[in-house]
Ligand binder design. Sequence first.
Ligand code: ZN
Length: 590
Amino acid sequence: MNRDTAPSPLAGEGWGDAARDDSRAAPAKSQPGNVTAPPHPTAARPPSPARGEGKGAGLVPARVHLFDTTLRDGAQTTGVDFSLDDKRAVAGMLDRLGIDYVEGGYPGANPLDTAFFAQKPTNAAKFAAFGMTKRAGRSASNDPGIAALLEAKADVIVFVAKASDYQVRVALEISLEDNLAGIRESVEAAKAAGREVMLDCEHFFDGYKANPDYALACARAAFDAGARWVVLCDTNGGTLPQEVAAIVAEVAKTVPGDNLGIHAHDDCGCAVANSLAAVEAGVRQIQGTLNGLGERCGNANLVTLIGALKLKDRYRERFSIGVGEAQLSELTHVSRALDEMLNRAPNRHAPFVGASAFATKAGIHASAVMKDPRTYEHVAPEATGNLRKVLISDQGGKSNLVAELERIGVTLGRDDPRLTRVLDEVKEKEAQGYAFEGADASFFLLAKRIMGEVPTYFEIERFAVNVERRHNALGELVTFSEAIVKVKVGDEVLISAAEGASGPVNALDVALRKDLGRYQSLIEGLRLVDYKVRIFQGGTDAVTRVLIESADETGERWTTVGVSANIIDASFQALVDSITYKLVRAGATA
Ligand SMILES: [Zn+2]
């Protein structure tokens, strides 16, 4: 890097001019006069593209492409299992976030992935299929793996090949030249089929350290055969940032940085640092996963990388990514939505998006933060859609709440006294164990109830659930559930009973939806599509949180939440919210 024109290493530490600029932090934009902190002296300073690439004045920032592998490498995480619907939802989320490439998995590997590749799930983002280079001893045109890749509805084909002579000899047991021929012929075949092609150079850094000439020959073979990208993989995650920087700088003499990518694993806790070091050394594509999902210690965390690339001056002045300011303000939501989908507790301490990332305990830090948030914050929480947590009714909380409500279609001005009541209610519910990040429909109802816009459609007089394990007529041991619900609709009292082979919640659901009197026709198309339970310690007692995802005949999906010490009761709350939400959306009146 040219020291004369490079930004000072401290340039990014003066509090995120990006983060504090109201034109970038969506929630603050429409509320002049209600800033959470005195404006930073540099807040109005536009990004200075003049320092882009350190090449002198007038240059635009270099474009860095983001490549997401949550659905391929991230799916290797212990305990993570994506359904077809999950995969489509994740791809859609990444597409809207502004990710350039979404990798879907291995077409042909299993029926689920074959189905996923039958239809492209993204609009703007390029959809990528992953697979091996051709096997030694057969031609690319005669290789079933390559045929499956070329059949997939993918814009991009990502081949993986070993770039380490040791791995080629020991793991593949083929000759070094056969491995190079496999790279060349596979890239040529996909290129000839009209696809954009990438090569993931597996074990590149370890391979380079042992035999730089061979690692480079692999990279060069792919590039010469027409690959758009040659991706340098730190497959075992053991490489350190200084090594990555030095090796990338050497590789860039053989394959231009504009055609190089980095794929880092986090086994040393350096995957994000390694990715940033690689970008500084010249690569223009970063691969990673949402929330750093991935086997062992995970992959480079794209969420953290997006925060750093967008908010730290050192990067945002020199590099641009496909994620815009409005999309950046959705980052916290995206990160938590993925965790909810996977039924994992979000990492409270995750950079930029964690619930505690901007939490300050009362005391000297908190009083300083209230005077000026820059005293203990490196960027503004609202830039990524996160919240500052110091005092209950702090202005930052309100700004974020206004934005969160707008996101779900509820308009409440920040001077509206009902906003304070919504905020208080959210805080109180969260203290009880509710989490609204993954339950937009319950959040919507909470706000609309305070606004007086949710009619009392029905009242539950009582419900009972019975679970019994017994021998049936055939002498088999079966578990059997039945539920009775007594509900009042207007002046009418309705009693419904149901039995459920799928358990007590199913029986309760069927009974509740069996007869809602005059509302029955409006809920005929309602069905439950997902049910998640999380049990955690809240205070001294265990608390159960249930999330229920529902869908209707129009394809709309919504999620509701219930919390109780009792799992049936928590489920029932979520079921009632789901029906109420459907009725509100249908415009039903009491
Ligand atoms: Zn990997």
